[in-house]
Ligand binder design. Structure first.
Ligand SMILES: *Cc1c(COP(=O)(O)O)cnc(C)c1O
Length: 387
C-alpha cells in the first residue's frame, strides 16, 4: 500500500500516530530504520532508484519526516531543514535583489535579527507591520509591489494572533505570497494552507518533535510548481542547510505523539493562564485562550481544539524581579525553547537579541504535559517572592 492510498480518508491523528502507515516491505517492521547512507546506488539503467542519489538532495529518513508533515499540513510539497531558522530564512534567501517583503514586527527574534543583519545588504526591502493590524498590512501592500508577507501566529513572545485568512486575501489581492510561521500553533490547532496561506513554516525543534532533542525545521507549500518554491528547493540543495538523518528519524518518532501531546499542553496552559490572570502579583497574562486577550476572537476562528501551550506574564518591577521569580522554579525548568513535554520558564529578554522590544518584566512559559496541579503549585511558589 502506498502512502497516498493510506492517506485517503484518514484523519491527521491517525496519519501521525502511524507515520503514514509505514511498514517495511521486506521485514514487516512497523518502525522505519535510521538510514545513515549518504549515497544511493543507481539502478541497472543508471537511473535513480526512488529519485535518490545523494543525501543532500533527499534521504529516506528526511523524505519520511517531510511526507508526514506535508500530510498534516495538507500541502503539495515539504522540505526539511537543519533548523527552524534555516526553514524560516529559506524564502528570504530565495527572493531577488530589490524584492519587497512585509514582515510582522512581533515575532521570533532570530528571524527579525537575520532580516536586520542581512536583508537590506542583500537588496531586500524589508517593511514592518504590527501583528494583528491588518489595516496596517493592507496599507503597506497597497503602497507597492510586495513579493512576500511573513507572519507568525500566535507570535512570540506575547502570542498575538493574526487572522491568516484575511492576511492571505490581502496578500493575494496585491500579488504577494503569504508565509506563516506556525510553530506555536502546530498543525493540530491550525492549518494555515487551508486558510489561504501559500507556505507554512515550523521550527521542528519545538512541538513537531516535542522532546527537546532534535534541531530541525520544515517548510510546506501549497504550490509545488511556483517559481519561488523551486528557488527554495535550489537554495536548500546548493546552500545545503539539510536535516541530518538521525534528526529526521527522531522527528518521525516524535511526530507520532503530536496529537496526544498538544491537546494536553493546551489544556494545562489554559488552566495556568486562568490561575495567573487571577493572581494578585501578576500584572498581565498573555494567552490567546483567555477571553480578555486581544487575539481571542481570531484565535477562536482559526485555532481548533485549544490555544496552544505557550503563554507569557508580566510581573511588577523590572528585570531583577522577573529573574527572581524564574529563579524559584522547581518543576518548570529554567530554560529557553518550547514545545517539549517538560515545562520551561524563562526571562525572555535575556534570550533575545536587541531587535525586540520585549519588556524586561516578561516571563515566558512553555507548558508541558505534567500534572497541572504541580505546575500551578510551582508558579504559586515562584510568585510568592513578590508578596
Ligand atoms: C525556535 C523558533 C524558530 C527557530 O527555530 P530553531 O529550530 O531554533 O532554529 C523560529 N520560529 C519560531 C516561532 C520559534 O519558536
Amino acid at each position: 500500500m502506498s502512502e497516498q492510498d493510506f492517506n485517503d480518508g484518514l484523519s491527521p491523528a491517525t496519519l501521525a500516530a502511524q507515520a503514514l502507515g509505514w511498514e517495511d516491505e521486506i521485514t514487516g517492521a512497523v518502525v522505519p530504520p535510521l538510514h545513515v547512507s549518504t549515497t544511493y546506488a543507481r539502478d541497472a539503467g543508471y537511473g535513480k532508484r526512488q529519485g535518490r542519489s545523494y543525501i543532500r538532495d533527499n534521504g529516506p529518513s528526511q523524505s519520511h519526516a517531510e511526507a508526514v508533515v506535508q500530510a498534516l499540513e495538507g500541502g503539495a510539497d515539504a522540505l526539511s531543514f537543519a533548523s527552524g531558522i534555516a526553514a524560516c530564512t529559506a524564502p528570504f534567501h530565495a527572493l531577488r535583489q530589490g524584492d519587497r517583503v512585509a514582515v510582522s514586527r512581533t515575532m521570533y527574534h532570530g528571524v527579525l535579527s537575520w532580516l536586520q543583519l542581512f536583508g537590506p545588504e542583500r537588496g531586500l526591502r524589508v517593511e514592518y507591520f504590527d501583528a494583528g493590524n491588518l489595516a496596517g498590512l493592507g496599507a503597506l501592500l497597497a503602497a507597492g509591489d510586495t513579493r512576500l508577507v511573513w507572519l507568525e501566529t500566535p507570535a512570540n513572545p506575547t502570542w498575538g494572533v493574526t487572522d491568516i485568512a484575511a492576511a492571505a486575501k490581502l496578500a493575494h489581492r496585491n500579488g504577494a505570497v503569504l508565509a506563516v510561521d506556525s510553530t506555536a500553533a502546530t498543525p493540530v490547532l491550525t492549518r494555515p494552507l487551508a486558510l489561504g496561506a501559500d507556505m507554512v513554516c515550523h521550527s521542528a525543534t519545538k512541538y513537531l518533535n516535542g522532546h527537546s532533542d532534535v534541531l530541525g525545521g520544515m517548510l510546506v507549500t501549497a504550490d509545488a510548481e511556483s517559481a519561488l518554491w523551486q528557488r527554495i528547493c535550489d537554495h536548500r540543495l546548493y546552500a545545503g542547510p539539510v536535516l541530518g538523518s538521525f534528526e529526521a528519524h527522531l522527528l518521525v518518532r516524535g511526530l507520532r505523539t503530536l496529537y496526544l501531546r498538544v491537546p494536553r499542553q493546551c489544556e494545562n496552559a489554559l488552566s495556568i493562564a486562568r490561575f495567573l490572570q487571577e493572581h494578585p502579583a501578576v500584572e498581565t497574562t498573555h494567552y490567546p485562550g483567555l477571553s480578555s486577550d486581544p487575539g481571542h476572537r481570531t484565535a477562536c476562528k482559526q485555532m481548533h481544539g485549544g490555544f496552544g501551550g505557550m503563554l507569557s506574564f508580566c510581573v511588577p518591577g523590572g528585570r531583577d524581579a522577573a529573574i527572581a521569580v524564574a529563579n524559584r522554579a522547581r518543576v518548570f525548568k529554567r530554560a529557553t525553547s518550547l514545545g517539549g513535554v517538560e515545562s520551561l520558564i524563562e526571562h525572555r529578554k535575556s534570550s533575545e537579541s536587541d531587535v525586540t522590544d520585549t519588556p524586561q518584566n516578561l516571563i515566558r512559559a512553555s507548558v508541558g504535559i505534567e500534572s497541572v496541579d504541580d505546575l500551578i503549585a510551582d508558579l504559586d511558589e515562584m510568585l510568592a517572592t513578590l508578596a
